[in-house]
Design a protein around this ligand. Structure first.
Ligand SMILES: [Mg+2]
Length: 228
């Protein structure tokens, strides 16, 4: 019986793509950089994903990721702009301006409140994540939130999960489940922590992986079926 849920936030409960789109466009406006087209946004999105994966593999530090992704993006777009750190700070803040939920996410965590223990386990910066969690009201629904920036380790590192265990008590491998959209951070992290793993795969991707995936879902509401 599953009693504890560890929820990823971006791309699982909140629509990260929409927040990213809004945040970048807002910053283009603030720094008078002209229009940021859909094509530019999709190129940025790929660059950003690549940098976070390098962080997960331990190839870059967090500050290198935050700066490097924008440096590469502006270079790719031939935009001569050097206030990268200011842009990044503004962007972190703007990411939490508006809340975009994934389908059925809010209803699902609300309906599970009081039935199981629920925690947010999220990578990302403290400014962006804490603002998103409070703006969305998720911080009131969850029993606690764990942000990698504060912990000092990122998912999928086992150190991240050890820090969570220290706070909420030892995981029971059959009673604790992580739910997330990322194989490289959430599912690998769940494997490292030896807990149940539920992969949220809304697009029905079919990647080759040797990771242990206990459940695969395309809609967040299916978590309720798994628990019942
Ligand atoms: Mg995610």
């Amino acid at each position: 019986m599953i009693k504890t849920l560890l929820w990823d936030v971006d791309g699982t409960l909140l629509d990260f793509g929409k927040a990213e789109e809004y945040g970048i466009r807002k910053c283009f406006e603030i720094f008078s950089l002209g229009e940021c087209t859909d094509e530019m946004l999709s190129r940025y999105s790929l660059i950003n994903k690549k940098y976070w994966e390098m962080l997960e593999r331990g190839e870059l530090t967090k500050p290198q990721v935050l700066r490097g992704r924008f440096e590469e993006f502006f270079k790719t777009e031939c935009i001569g702009f050097d206030k990268i750190d200011d842009f990044n700070l503004e962007y972190q803040y703007r990411l939490g301006d508006k809340v975009f939920f994934c389908d059925n996410a809010l209803e699902t965590v609300q309906s599970l409140k009081g039935k199981v223990r629920q925690y947010a386990v999220t990578n990302g910066t403290f400014v962006a994540q804490s603002r998103k969690l409070s703006q969305s009201g998720l911080d009131k629904i969850f029993d606690d939130v764990f942000i990698s920036d504060k912990i000092g380790f990122e998912k999928p590192s086992v150190d991240f999960f050890n820090a969570v265990e220290e706070k909420i008590g030892k995981f029971n491998s059959r009673e604790t489940m992580i739910i997330g959209d990322s194989l490289t951070s959430d599912i690998r992290g769940g494997n490292n922590a030896n807990i149940l793993c539920c992969w949220y795969n809304p697009k029905g991707d079919k990647p080759k992986t040797s990771l242990k995936i206990d459940y695969e879902i395309t809609n967040i509401s299916q978590v309720i079926d798994i628990i019942e």
